[in-house]
Design a protein around this ligand. Structure first.
Ligand SMILES: [Zn+2]
Length: 460
């Protein structure tokens, strides 16, 4: 099966040019003008921008939580991602304390394998680092192709590891060619504030926000960056939201340290005023919470300074009925919101179209850096000969509205209901197959492949 995409304008992280693309099987065979090969399918991309398939390195599909699951499974979640121009996602396996990493991998693979429509990979969240976990790291890197290890500095008793475990994990992961990533908030401070607010009968969603002030994230980010510097382990902060935390990373650059930073689309576009409306604010209850306008400015600046490397989503949807678990107590609201489908279009419309970032920067933070940082380069993340033919045809002029009535995510509300965007994903190819066209998904459950990743470093 071959495809020829004609008359498009190709945008990568470092180029912007007009050419045709010839795809043979799953990969890009030729890029150029007047390509002589005959193709089974010809796509006319006149007036379209051509991007590499988006990569969202922070999603939670079918994630077990308090007796329920996040409402998008691998089928619905990766399908929604494809509709929005994201062809590959990286999900998080959560080790159960007292159990092995291998047990967790088996459980997560069981839910994903045969169900995903788009391509996927896994980070391994290490929630219990001990002598036997330590021995499993090499196998994850060398055999399973899982080269990033997530840690939590919050959620004591469930997910959190202490600083001693963090140092031990960093030493081991560094030796094996992996990276340690972190949810950097100070769990003890947050637990204290949650208990205090509950004790005072302050139970509405706004107290979720008030229980996680900026200092809880800034403090943990600085501590994590210091531990990474001490051990020399490649390090990455997930869903960084605020000025204080980003300044900890900026300070570290003065001693020539490089720590990768991810933010999420919601932290660039939404702010904490959404929590001021009764229980409706539960739609945006996530951790860390939405911040303030000044933090949005910091994050946009961080992207342009090259300090914020990736824009992800932390997609972790719960239906409105599931959110009701916290109707009378903010601390019981399932954390997370839907965004997997909206990231690429929101970032284009609010970022490129409004002059906050360049087209090349857009591709860099949404497609290329996730592939480079997480060991999927040179296979995914750009448009070049030999790479997977993961390609998005994008109409930069088309206007449309986001709504729960039209989105493909399995959740009955939108965090962006009624937002009017300029720029729409029209056609998406995944490994040479037309996955999305004319607002229809043309590939089936099971098409998505697990992507084994290579060893990584603090250089890209
Ligand atoms: Zn997350």
């Amino acid at each position: 099966m071959s495809v020829l995409i004609k008359n498009g304008r190709i945008i990568t992280a470092d180029a912007d040019y007009s050419a045709d693309i010839f795809i043979d099987g799953e990969t890009i065979h030729t890029i150029g003008k007047n390509i002589p090969h005959k193709a089974d399918t010809v796509i006319d991309a006149t007036d379209k921008l051509i991007f590499p398939g988006g990569i969202d390195p922070h999603v939670h599909l079918d994630m077990p939580f308090m007796g329920t699951f996040s409402s998008d499974n691998y089928e619905t979640g990766t399908r929604a991602a494809l509709f929005g121009g994201t062809t590959t996602v990286i999900d998080f396996i959560l080790q159960k304390q007292g159990h092995s990493l291998q047990d967790a991998l088996t459980e997560w693979s069981g839910r994903a394998s045969g169900n995903a429509i788009g391509d996927y990979s896994f980070h391994m969240a290490v929630t219990d680092f001990n002598e036997s976990t330590k021995k499993e790291i090499i196998n994850m890197v060398e055999k399973e192709g899982i080269t990033s290890f997530k840690t939590f500095m919050a959620y004591k008793g469930a997910l959190m590891i202490d600083d001693r475990q963090m140092i031990g994990l960093m030493e081991e992961v560094k030796q094996r060619g992996g990276m340690v990533t972190v949810h950097a908030t100070n769990g003890d401070m947050i637990d204290y504030l949650i208990a205090k607010h509950r004790g005072e009968g302050k139970l509405s969603p706004v107290y979720h926000y008030l229980s996680q002030p900026e200092v809880t994230e800034a403090e943990a980010s600085e501590r994590f960056v210091d531990m990474a510097n001490f051990t020399g382990c490649p390090a990455y902060i997930v869903h960084l939201t605020c000025e204080g935390a980003l300044n900890a990373v900026r300070s570290a650059t003065k001693r020539n340290q490089n720590v990768f930073v991810e933010t999420c689309i919601q932290y660039l576009l939404l702010d904490a005023s959404l929590y001021e409306q009764n229980f409706d604010g539960a739609k945006w209850v996530m951790s860390p919470p939405l911040r303030e306008k000044k933090d949005q400015e910091t994050l946009w600046a961080g992207i342009n300074q090259g300090i914020v490397n990736i824009v992800a989503t932390d997609h972790c949807p719960f239906k409105w009925e599931q959110k009701q678990m916290g109707k009378d107590d903010f601390s019981k609201i399932p954390n997370g919101h839907p965004a997997i489908e909206n990231r690429m279009e929101l970032l284009y419309s609010e970022g490129v179209n409004k002059g906050r970032i360049s087209l090349n920067k857009y591709v860099e933070v949404a497609c290329t850096n996730p592939a480079k940082i997480f060991g999927m380069f040179p296979r995914k993340g750009t448009i070049a000969v030999g790479y997977d033919a993961d390609i998005v045809l994008f109409d930069p002029k088309e206007k449309h509205k986001l709504s729960a009535t039209t989105h493909h995510m399995n959740v009955d509300y939108s965090g962006y209901e009624g937002w009017e965007l300029t720029g729409k994903v029209k056609t998406v190819l995944l490994r040479g197959r037309i996955a999305i066209d004319k607002n229809e998904c043309l590939i089936d459950r099971g098409f998505g492949q697990f992507i084994k990743r290579k060893k990584v470093s603090s250089k890209i």
